[in-house]
Design a protein around this ligand. Structure first.
Ligand SMILES: [Fe+2]
Length: 230
């Protein structure tokens, strides 16, 4: 019995005892806890930014994704009988894309940051360091290339350091809005270039934010993702 069938059977069985809501809630995303206190990334990223970013912005994507999935579920069961359902499903796709990207991107973002007291900013070692040197010549060159891509974002977006699981190569990928990387592109680092990520501290000097964030990049997490992406 696969996991989906098992979950459905469990849900049906539980619904008879009146606890279906408990099971159904497990299909919702929830805001993840952070591994560090909001102020732990100072002076590079302020506690106020982290608190609002996590509790307000990330929470909005989690709530938006859950709402969109609920709407999808409601529409999908009546698509054969309601002529308008197909149109509504079509319109809903953008909401699902936006909020699922926003939710996932921020989950990656928090994990790939760490206070300097917990190794933030310490250069990568092992296979990831070898690959960076092989492709880019040095970590500094990769950072420079990434910062250029961050600065080149018009409006809101993200830059990802990825590993292509097909050929093992690294790449630096820019996306707009809350678009994320999928398929063979496995994210190692996700860097948020939305104004909400820096404006309270850096105002219009977003380039200073892009420089500062490397002081709290969790390269151990990136190296773990690199080695796990087979
Ligand atoms: Fe953000």
């Amino acid at each position: 019995m696969n996991a989906a069938v098992a979950l459905r059977k469990a849900a049906l069985a539980t619904s008879k005892s009146g606890s279906f809501v408990t099971i159904a809630k497990r299909t919702k995303v929830t805001l993840p806890d952070l591994d560090w206190d909001y102020h732990a990334l100072e002076p590079h990223i302020s506690g106020q930014i982290n608190e609002i970013h996590h509790q307000k912005h990330h929470q909005t994507y989690a709530t938006g994704l859950n709402t969109a999935i609920d709407q999808f579920s409601e529409l999908s069961v009546k698509v054969g009988s309601d002529a308008n359902a197909a149109r509504q499903l079509h319109a809903l796709q953008q909401n699902i894309k936006f909020h699922s990207g926003g939710f996932q991107n921020h989950c990656l973002f928090w994990k790939n940051l760490a206070p300097t007291s917990q190794g933030g900013g310490e250069p990568p070692t092992g296979a990831l360091a070898t690959q960076i040197n092989s492709q880019y010549g040095s970590l500094d060159k990769l950072v420079g290339l990434t910062n250029n891509k961050l600065a080149g974002i018009q409006g809101s977006g993200w830059v990802f350091l990825v590993k292509n699981s097909e050929n093992g190569q690294l790449d630096v990928v820019q996306t707009a809005n809350q678009d994320t990387v999928t398929g063979n592109l496995i994210p190692l680092l996700a860097i948020d270039a939305w104004e909400h990520a820096y404006y309270l501290q850096y105002q219009n000097k977003k380039v200073d934010y892009f420089k500062a964030i490397w002081n709290v990049i969790n390269w151990k997490e990136a190296a773990r993702r690199f080695e796990a992406a087979k």
